[in-house]
Design a protein around this ligand. Sequence first.
Ligand SMILES: NC(=O)c1ccc[n+]([C@@H]2O[C@H](COP(=O)([O-])OP(=O)(O)OC[C@H]3O[C@@H](n4cnc5c(N)ncnc54)[C@H](O)[C@@H]3O)[C@@H](O)[C@H]2O)c1
Length: 251
Amino acid sequence: MRLDGKVAIITGAAAGIGRATALRFAQEGASVVVTDINRDGASEAAAAITAAGGRAVALCHDVSSESQWTEVAGAAVEAFGTVDVLFNNAGIFVLKPLADTTLGEWERLMSINVTSVFLGMKHVMPLMAHAGKGSVINASSVAGLVGSARSTMYSASKGAVRAMTKGAAMEYAARGVRVNSIHPGLVDTAMADYASGTTGRSKQALGQAACPMGRLGTVGDVSSLVLFLASDESSYMNGAELVLDGGFTAA
Ligand SMILES: NC(=O)c1ccc[n+]([C@@H]2O[C@H](COP(=O)([O-])OP(=O)(O)OC[C@H]3O[C@@H](n4cnc5c(N)ncnc54)[C@H](O)[C@@H]3O)[C@@H](O)[C@H]2O)c1
């Protein structure tokens, strides 16, 4: 019970990394606010948690909407009394040549991948600071550290998440709130399916290309790291960028 008594908000928790982390947090004793723009998926994830004996509520939530962030923060406090952990996980992935990318596509991706993290931190960190404790985990990517072709827009968004994490960490450190970013390599979710479909390469081939270990990451690999950052085991980690990519960026 590494999160016993803690309350966590996880965005984009209807699928992939967010869903796996929500279930893992609940197994470790957390009460989980499962949010996603996919209402049915969020409800299903929360139902899976409660069926296993955990505590969860589901909220339909577009992370790019400030009014919805206000509602989510309020609903979390109403349901469980406080917020100890925020996992800013929701995001989208677009692979596209730079010159073919429209301004509308750029603005949409930035609002879902970057504005979301700004709004989440803006509305939840003051609650944490009031309580004198909290841990925020922001989903960046290896794309926030290194470049790759057709990924300029996505890299820009994840680089912004990396830098925002450090700024917020400095601003809130003295108030007991920690903020760290995670930087996964290619993980086997719908995003890997999309990468496979877009590039015409099998997921196995992508895993071999993207990682010296020769495989894609799993949602379990990522949820283990997020669990560590959410728990008090990481109490001296702040403003850090945690890479989990099987060695991809070590080369
Ligand atoms: N899968 C990877 O290879 C990989 C690698 C590095 C980083 N990441 C990052 O990890 C995070 C999760 O990725 P994933 O692979 O689990 O993706 P996924 O596509 O499996 O799940 C993303 C979830 O976010 C939700 N979502 C999309 N737009 C939203 C919005 N506007 N508001 C609220 N929810 C929204 C979707 O409905 C979905 O449930 C993302 O930020 C992604 O950029 C993923």
